[in-house]
Every structure is written in structure tokens, then in C-alpha cells.
Design a protein around this ligand. Structure first.
Ligand code: B12
Ligand code: SF4
Ligand code: SF4
Length: 346
């Protein structure tokens, strides 16, 4: 199904009007070199065994979007910045660092809702078209399609970076059977810069590649079941959910971006720099209540408490360590018992 004249530009106009910063169109083909890159990364176990990245059926869908929408002809990619006043904020040692992307309502829900508005807009112009909406969780090579659709370039820190608004950008897509003229990828790159690689606290980054077995973001968000090896945990500092280091240092992330109209509500300043002494005393109900609408809840109570124990150990603060020791005498959870032992708290 061919797109009617001017539909592409009116979709862009509409999307900007509801708060998206970036919109681009591309075809659903994935180049062989990109597939090879992905498979090599898995072979080298840089994905740390994350099941949804190595699952064969999901890889098939990642490489062939028609598995997700039969007859897919175009992918419309959307980007919205999450860089607000909390991005790059310095958090004191006795307080907890949470990645700024998580200090507001869960972006999955907000972006999906906005993409449904765009879908309705397209539907009003083209009858009987097919659509599917994706934000983060589906087997879609989101950064690659964003690059192909001209939203930005891939940085050495792995982020899709837009030269104007930077790399602190969430992505979402609409797959459709309408055939649009593809946009052209940007001809930009990092050049000689390697600030992100130098800034990574654990040495997880090499140019354009990330080793999740060493990435703090991976361990504090996705590694929900393992005790963290103490020599690695020592490098986490006070980060209890995510890590923004390779984004904060990037020169492209220095500009100010207005984001509130999109998210509809402000950032959760109350969650930026919560005292570790408060977190270690929190029970599961209090945790769920405090983080209920944010992505932090996805990690779960026990994972966050494990991360809090690590942050306390890294604080070297005697009274906090005393509180952690007391906590360790009472916990019944196997993960936390293991972490208490690894950190020498029990
Ligand atoms: C698994 C995952 C993670 C894992 C692993 C991250 C990683 N780098 O792979 C963890 C938990 C660590 C993570 C962390 C974060 N994530 Co994440 N994550 C994902 C997820 C679900 C899959 C990514 C994936 O497939 N990785 C495998 C690698 C191999 O693929 P890739 O990064 O997409 O890289 C491909 C392209 O870059 C491509 N490529 C394309 N063109 C070119 C050109 C050149 C020159 C080169 C070299 C490469 C290249 O090569 C690769 C494919 O072979 C995506 C959503 C999705 N469905 O894609 C979000 C996603 C990548 N994450 C996102 C975000 C925001 C984050 C965090 C900032 C959150 C935080 N603060 O903790 C961090 C950033 C850490 C970092 N430096 O990457 C955004 C990224 C937005 C952006 N602007 O790039 C995404 C797209 C989610 C979204 N919808 O907004 N994430
Ligand atoms: S998120 Fe943190 S640990 Fe992971 S690659 Fe970036 S700087 Fe390194
Ligand atoms: S810090 Fe430098 S090397 Fe890293 S992504 Fe940004 S521009 Fe590229």
C-alpha cells in the first residue's frame, strides 16, 4: 500500500506537535553486517547470557521484522529526550544514585500512549492499514532502525545520538504495511573522541561495543538473581539502579532540551538521592509504593536491596555499615544472604 502524497510530512508535523523530538522513516531490511555484529556480540558472551537477547526465535524476529508484522513495508521511528535537570546530577556517597531515565513515570507506557495517537492520526488518513507499536521490550533492533531512519548516529557508547538533542533519548516504533519513502541516515560519527570509554567505571565499554558482564547498568537493572563478585561490586559506587556515566560525559549531551510537554508531569525529585539509611529499612510494600509508577519497580525489591547493600559497602560509612550488618542478621532471602556474605556483612 503506497502512502498518499504529503502523509509523511503531516505525520512528522503531528508527532512533533504531541512532543516527540525526532521522527524518521525507514524500510524494514537489516543489513548483513549488522546481523553479523549482533551474533558476534552474543558469541563473545558480551550479553552476559541475557535470555531474551540470545533466544533464537527472538533473534529471527530481530533480523526479519516481518515476523512481527506480516507485510511490513515501513518502520516509523520516534525519539524523545529524557534529559532533564536530574540528568548528570551529583549524588552524595551516603545517598543512592538512580539513573535519571527512571526518575519519572515509566517511559514504556507514556510513549506507547503517544504512539497510539499517531496511529489514530494515520488511520484517519489511510483506511485498512496495518500497524504494530513497539517500545523497548520487543525483539526490534531499535537503535539500528533509528540510525537508518536518520534520527542520529551510533556513538562509541552504543547510544543513538542526535547531534542536536544528544543521546539521552528513548526510542519507539510503528511498523506498518504502508510504503513510505525512506529517510536518509546522518553522516556523522564520534571522530577521535573517546570520553565515554575513559569514563566507564568498570571498563565495560570498547568502541561501539559493551560488555554486559561488567556493565553496572546491566547488573543493577537486569541481573536480578546473582550475588555480585566483590571486586566488580566495589566499582559500582552508590549506583543502585542504572548508570549514566557513559552518557553524562558525552559532549552531545550538554545541551538543554525541553521535555515536560511530552511526559505530562515533572520528574520525581524526591527519588533523586534517597538516603541509603532510608532504603535499607524499607520493606517490600514500602518499596512498591515508593517506586510504583517508575521503571525501578521492574527490578524488584530484592534486587534493589542487594544493590543498596553494595552501595553501603562502598560508602565506607561506619554507621551505615552497622545498619547493613543488622539487616543481614534478619534477612531470609537467599540472594541477600549471599550478598551479605560476599560483602563481609555476615
Ligand atoms: C538489552 C538492553 C539494555 C541492556 C544492554 C545495553 C546494550 N548496549 O546492549 C542494559 C540493561 C545494559 C541496558 C542499559 C541501558 N539502556 Co537499554 N536496551 C536494551 C534493549 C532491550 C536491547 C538492546 C540490544 O539489542 N542490545 C544488543 C546490541 C548488540 O544491540 P544495539 O545496542 O541495538 O546495537 C546495534 C546497533 O547499534 C548497530 N549499529 C547500527 N548502526 C551502526 C553503525 C555503526 C558504525 C556501528 C558500530 C554499529 C551500528 O549494531 C548493533 C546491532 O548489531 C534496547 C531496546 C531494543 N529493543 O533495542 C534498550 C535500549 C537500547 N536501551 C536504552 C536505554 C535508554 C538504556 C540506558 C540509558 C538505561 C540506563 N541508564 O541504565 C542504559 C544505557 C547503557 C548503554 N551504554 O548502552 C534505549 C537506548 C536509546 C538510545 N538513545 O540509544 C533503548 C533503545 C530502549 C528505548 N526504546 O529507548 N539496555
Ligand atoms: S552504563 Fe556505566 S558501566 Fe555500563 S557501559 Fe556505560 S559507563 Fe560503563
Ligand atoms: S563521549 Fe565521545 S566517543 Fe563517546 S559517544 Fe560521545 S562523542 Fe562518541
Amino acid at each position: 500500500m503506497r502512502a498518499p502524497l504529503n502523509l509523511k510530512s503531516s505525520i512528522k508535523e503531528f508527532s512533533y506537535s504531541i512532543g516527540f523530538h525526532l521522527v524518521g522513516f525507514t524500510d524494514p531490511q537489516v543489513e548483513e553486517k549488522i546481523k553479523e555484529r549482533y551474533l558476534r556480540w552474543i558469541r563473545e558472551n558480551k550479553h552476559a547470557g541475557l535470555w531474551y537477547l540470545e533466544d533464537k526465535q527472538r533473534i529471527r524476529a530481530r533480523f526479519n521484522p516481518a515476523y512481527l508484522l506480516e507485510d511490513v513495508k515501513s518502520i516509523i521511528v520516534f525519539g524523545v529526550s529524557y534529559k532533564d535537570h536530574l540528568f548528570g546530577m551529583h549524588v552524595k556517597k551516603k545517598r543512592a544514585f538512580i539513573s535519571s531515565y527512571a526518575l519519572r513515570r515509566d517511559y514504556h507506557k507514556v510513549i506507547k500512549k503517544k504512539l497510539r495517537e499517531v496511529k489514530r492520526f494515520i488511520n484517519n488518513n489511510v483506511k485498512d492499514a496495518k500497524f504494530r507499536i513497539f517500545v523497548d521490550t520487543a525483539p526490534v533492533l531499535e537503535r539500528y532502525f533509528a540510525y537508518k531512519a536518520g534520527l542520529g548516529f551510533i556513538g562509541k557508547n552504543n547510544f543513538l545520538i542526535n547531534p542536536q538533542i544528544g543521546g539521552a533519548v528513548f526510542l519507539g516504533e510503528i511498523f506498518t504495511n504502508i510504503e513510505f519513502e525512506p529517510d536518509i541516515p546522518l553522516n556523522r560519527a564520534c571522530g577521535e573522541c573517546k570520553l565515554c570509554i575513559q569514563a566507564c567505571p568498570t571498563g565495560a565499554l570498547s568502541p561501539y561495543s559493551i560488555d554486559l558482564t561488567r556493565c553496572i547498568s546491566y547488573h543493577t537493572i537486569e541481573n536480578k538473581k546473582e550475588v555480585i563478585e566483590p571486586s566488580l561490586a566495589r566499582l559500582f559506587g552508590n549506583r543502585i539502579f542504572g548508570c549514566d556515566e557513559c552518557a553524562i560525559v558525552c559532549p552531545y549531551n550538554k545541551k538543554t532540551v525541553t521535555i515536560e510537554p511530552f511526559f505530562g508531569e515533572g520528574a520525581r525529585d524526591d527519588l533523586a538521592g534517597i538516603p541509603l539509611s532510608e532504603l535499607i529499612k524499607m520493606d517490600e510494600n514500602q518499596f512498591n509504593k515508593k517506586f510504583s509508577t517508575t521503571p525501578v519497580k521492574r527490578a524488584g525489591y530484592y534486587t534493589i536491596l542487594r544493590n543498596v547493600l553494595i552501595a553501603i559497602s562502598n560508602s565506607n560509612d561506619p554507621s551505615l555499615i552497622e545498619e547493613a550488618r543488622f539487616f543481614c542478621t534478619r534477612t531470609q532471602n537467599p540472594l541477600l544472604i549471599g550478598e551479605c556474605k560476599a560483602l563481609g556483612f555476615s
